[in-house]
Design a protein around this ligand. Sequence first.
Ligand SMILES: [Zn+2]
Length: 109
Amino acid sequence: MAPVSPLAAALGCKCPRCGRGALFKGFLTVADRCTACDLDLSEVDSGDGPAVFLIFILGFTVVPGLVVGLALLFLRTYNLGQQTPAETQKHCRYFSRFFHLIISFLFPR
Ligand SMILES: [Zn+2]
């Protein structure tokens, strides 16, 4: 059996010994055994590690991206800077209420 590059096996989510069998049986669940070489993978169960890793990645990319995207959408939708001050004030009030709504969902009392 030819040696398997650890990097190639990791990036391809393949068995570290044979490089052919699937490492995961679900999205984040490590398979019990390799389907190709029958390597016992149950001892390398990482528990909640992958889920926490995914939560950190999504938390630091998707949430700020969503907030910035919504802010840009708001600015584009209401053409801020090309309105009367009264219109701008009204739309900023809507925006403020929207963010209060989001904050109240994230941090309920
Ligand atoms: Zn294998």
